[in-house]
Design a protein around this ligand. Sequence first.
Ligand code: LMR
Length: 327
Amino acid sequence: SKFLCSAAALSVMPVLAQAACDGGERVIKFSHVTAVAGHPKGEMVAALAERFDEQFDGTMCMEVFANSTLFSDDKVLEALMLGDVQLAAPDVGKFDAYTQKLQVFNLPFLFDSTEAVQAFTETEQGEEILMSMEGSGIIGLGWIFNGMRQFSANRPLVEPRDAAGLKFRATTSEVTEAMIAALDATPQALAFAEVYGALQTGVVDGQENTWSNIYTGKFYEVQDGVTETNHQFLTYLIVTSPEFLDSLGDDHEAFTTLVDEVSAEYNARANAANEAARQAIIDNGGTVRELTDEQRAAWVEVMKPVWKRFEADIGTEVIEVASGGAD
Ligand code: LMR
């Protein structure tokens, strides 16, 4: 009957969604937008959930919603503040509505390696960023590293002028939009989940992302090629709410220690994950274009001047420290 049918459907869905949680356990939700296998963030979050379940077995369990299946990055921070999710790890370029401080990570050609990003996060200026959104109800717990972002388009990109006139998908980062505009190209803000379709249907001509995102998102399949511009380092901020941390009571410290341990372990593997993804793109028939030093210098010359526009918001001292200057 109709009744039995809908009752059956209702009883199946929660079971599927909470496979790892036992009855009576408090469910903690972690929402993110990327793939899991072969992805630095996806694998880190999966490992965190596994260890969380072991450590807090019987009292709490973690459910991970990857691939934007629960919230896209433009919705997840609101959901966090409303208590609909407890954890997320958006790209640092997605916090512009709450703080300007994180934009330092996105300045083109500032960070060139995981080591440089890590060194900055360990400075006083880097650590202060974790609590910079406390007033909005967002607390930074730590960082997940991905890797360097690369430009791709539906035609070969070698010189910066090759990008002129094209439309590129952008995150909601103002720095990224300015960087694309500096190429005389048009930025089009789109959620990560929309990128593949937008490239495939020609809504945008190109995009920029890390090897692991370009590979797991299959973007290379609908692009002429990927040019190794290494223009920005993609860092994620692991975020939660003060309410969630308070609710942990005595488990608060054990939880933050676990986050620190798992992120450190997976951050040390991020370079390898991106190198593997780069190679997998080539092995699957994608085109990877390397730039000569002279060609890359031309991209630096065009995009790096956007720093100036954000200096006042970010703070010149923060930029100096991030660039490897005085601490
Ligand atoms: C993007 O939207 O390009 C990335 O921030 C996606 C991600 O989370 O890696």
